[in-house]
Unconditional design. Structure first.
Length: 119
């Protein structure tokens, strides 16, 4: 199976249930796998035969800039937006992680992982 991967994209964003999280923000990482048929691009060397990953990054950046209470909601918005722009996508897998979540425990990150075919 073929996929395009954007790995360890880092954003400072304002997601969280606690008011402090929405004021101060936090560090987030996003990993994305885009499953689609890019055999034609392997033959043609033409951008029109693949998915422009710079455009995908811009979509993720836009969605990360919209404050939300839940990272599940943010991940779902990212998936829907990417699928709207690139209908040739067969499946997406996203991992969205919040670094050092502020709940008083010693935890590196909390994350959600969603595969688009589960939606």
């Amino acid at each position: 199976m073929q996929y395009l991967e954007l790995k360890e994209m880092i954003f400072h964003a304002y997601h969280g249930v606690m008011e402090q999280e929405r004021k101060v923000g936090n560090a987030y990482t996003v990993d994305l796998k885009i499953y689609f048929d890019f055999k034609q691009a392997m033959l043609t060397d033409n951008l029109k035969d693949t998915i422009n990953y710079a455009s995908v990054y811009e979509i993720i950046k836009q969605e990360m800039a919209i404050p939300s209470y839940l990272i599940e909601h943010v991940a779902g918005r990212i998936i829907r937006h990417i699928q709207e722009v690139f209908p040739q996508i067969e499946n997406l897998e996203i991992r969205l992680a919040k670094k050092n979540p502020p709940f008083g425990g010693d935890l590196k990150e909390t994350a959600v992982v969603i595969m688009s075919y589960e939606l």
